[in-house]
Ligand binder design. Structure first.
Ligand code: RTP
Ligand code: MG
Length: 155
């Protein structure tokens, strides 16, 4: 029941413009929620292209960078921080492989996507990326600290 250091692990998850436009917000949130993870920050916004470039800075110079940052800034993005044990790694498992046709059925990209440039959702790929991305998209005051009644049944 008590929140340990591991339980406070956090990741940054963003539903990309295709996921928002296709009405997948509720389904995606439900998956993380039912797994036992806790939503500690959320907002919807249309990122600028410059901001999209900051988010995907590691890919600057790659052939898909322009298209990727154009796409991320093309419409509303649902930005979230999820918390719980193993949420960085397991969140990526729930999301599935980068290319939706290589993502397993049952994953978000596997269930909903076809094309790599329209792969619905982003998730931090390591605790370090998570820290960086949470800091880019949110201020510390945006993160809400609270307990969940389900936690004594999950942990
Ligand atoms: P993400 O960062 O969005 O969670 O995706 P990821 O870790 O699975 O994949 P990553 O290698 O970080 O690539 C970031 C995004 O760039 C687009 N991409 N396009 N055309 C291509 O070959 C290609 N490769 C990557 C995808 O939208 C990918 O999610
Ligand atoms: Mg990535």
């Amino acid at each position: 029941g008590t929140v340990s250091a591991e339980e406070a692990e956090r990741t940054f998850i963003a539903i990309k413009p295709d996921g928002v436009q296709r009405g997948l917000i509720a389904d995606i949130i439900a998956r993380f929620e039912r797994k036992g993870y806790k939503l500690v920050a959320v907002k919807i916004l249309v990122p600028t292209k410059e901001f999209a470039g900051k988010h995907y800075a590691e890919h600057e110079g790659r052939p898909f960078f322009e298209g990727l940052t154009d796409f991320l800034s093309s419409g509303p993005v649902l930005a979230m921080v999820w918390e719980g044990q193993g949420v960085v790694t397991y969140g990526r498992k729930m999301i599935g492989a980068t290319k939706p046709l290589e993502s397993a059925p049952g994953t978000i990209r596997g269930d909903f996507g076809i094309q790599v440039g329209r792969n619905i959702i982003h998730g931090s790929d390591s605790p370090d990326s998570a820290k960086k991305e949470i800091g880019l998209w949110f201020t510390p005051e945006d993160l809400v600290s609270y307990g969940l009644d389900i936690h004594k049944w999950v942990y």
